[in-house]
Design a protein around this ligand. Structure first.
Ligand code: GRF
Length: 211
C-alpha cells in the first residue's frame, strides 16, 4: 500500500506542486492526501485544491504564543487523515518537540543549501557572501535541531561569478523540484538515497497502511 503523505507549507508551494505532480504517476510509491498551511493566504493552498488535494489552513495566529497548541491541532489533523509521512515544504515555523517527536523518522524537510553548510535562513545570500563555488539543496529527516537531521538526498549546482541571489535561488529551486520527489519515493520504498547509513535513517521501516 502507498503511504499516505501530507505536505506542510507556508507560502507559494512550488515544492508541494512538484510532489503532487510526481505522485500523479501511478508508479509513484507515495500518495499525497493532505496539504496544511499555517497561513490561510498561502498561494500553495489554492494550487493544491486546484490539483484536487484536500488543503486546509491551521492559522498559527489563532493560537497566540502557544506553539504547542498550534502543533497539537496540526497533529490531530494529520492523525485523523491517517497520514504516515509528513513533508515540510517551505513550512516557515520552527517546530517544537511535540510535532518532532510525534513524527520522528517520518517527517522530511527540504532545505536550500548543501547541509551542513548554511542551516537557517537566507542561504543563497550567505553562499554568495562566503564565495562558495558549489551550492545546492538537501532533503533530510527532521530532528529537533533545525536543519540537522539525517540527510536523504542532495543536489549541487555551480555558483557562477555574476550570480545574484535570485539567480542562485532559481538554479537551486529547479534541483529542489527534482530531488524532493525522488527522496520521497526512495523513503517510501525504504531506500533513502545518498545516506552513508540508510538503515539509520529509518526508525520505522515502512509497512505503510498497516497501522
Ligand atoms: C524552498 O526553497 C525550500 O527549500 C525552503 O523554502 C522554499 C519554499 O519554496 N524550505 P516553495 O514554497 O516550495 O516554492
Amino acid at each position: 500500500m502507498k503511504p499516505r503523505t501530507a505536505i506542510l507549507i507556508s507560502g507559494r508551494g512550488s515544492n508541494m506542486a512538484a510532489l503532487i505532480a510526481a505522485a500523479r504517476d501511478p508508479a509513484f510509491p507515495a500518495r499525497i492526501d493532505l496539504v496544511l498551511s499555517n497561513r490561510p493566504d498561502a498561494a500553495g493552498l489554492r494550487a493544491a485544491r486546484l490539483a484536487g488535494i484536500r488543503a486546509e489552513a491551521v492559522d498559527h495566529r489563532d493560537f497566540g504564543p502557544d506553539r504547542a497548541a498550534h502543533e497539537a491541532a496540526i497533529d490531530t489533523m494529520l492523525q485523523t487523515a491517517n497520514i504516515e509521512i509528513v513533508c515540510l515544504a517551505g513550512y516557515m515555523r520552527l517546530l517544537t518537540p511535540l510535532l518532532v517527536q510525534a513524527w520522528q523518522g517520518r517527517m522530511l524537510n527540504i532545505h536550500p543549501s548543501l547541509l551542513p553548510s548554511f542551516p537557517g535562513l537566507h542561504t543563497h545570500a550567505r553562499a554568495l557572501q562566503a564565495g562558495v563555488k558549489l551550492h545546492g539543496c538537501t532533503v533530510h529527516l527532521v530532528t529537533q535541531e533545525t536543519d540537522a537531521g539525517p540527510i536523504l538526498a542532495q543536489a549541487a549546482v555551480p555558483v557562477l561569478p555574476a550570480d545574484t541571489e535570485d539567480d542562485l535561488a532559481q538554479r537551486v529551486l529547479r534541483q529542489e523540484h527534482a530531488i524532493y520527489p525522488a527522496a520521497l519515493a526512495a523513503f517510501a520504498t525504504g531506500k533513502p538515497v545518498g545516506s552513508p547509513d540508510p538503515e539509520a535513517c529509518l526508525t520505522n521501516p515502512p509497512a505503510w497502511g498497516t497501522a
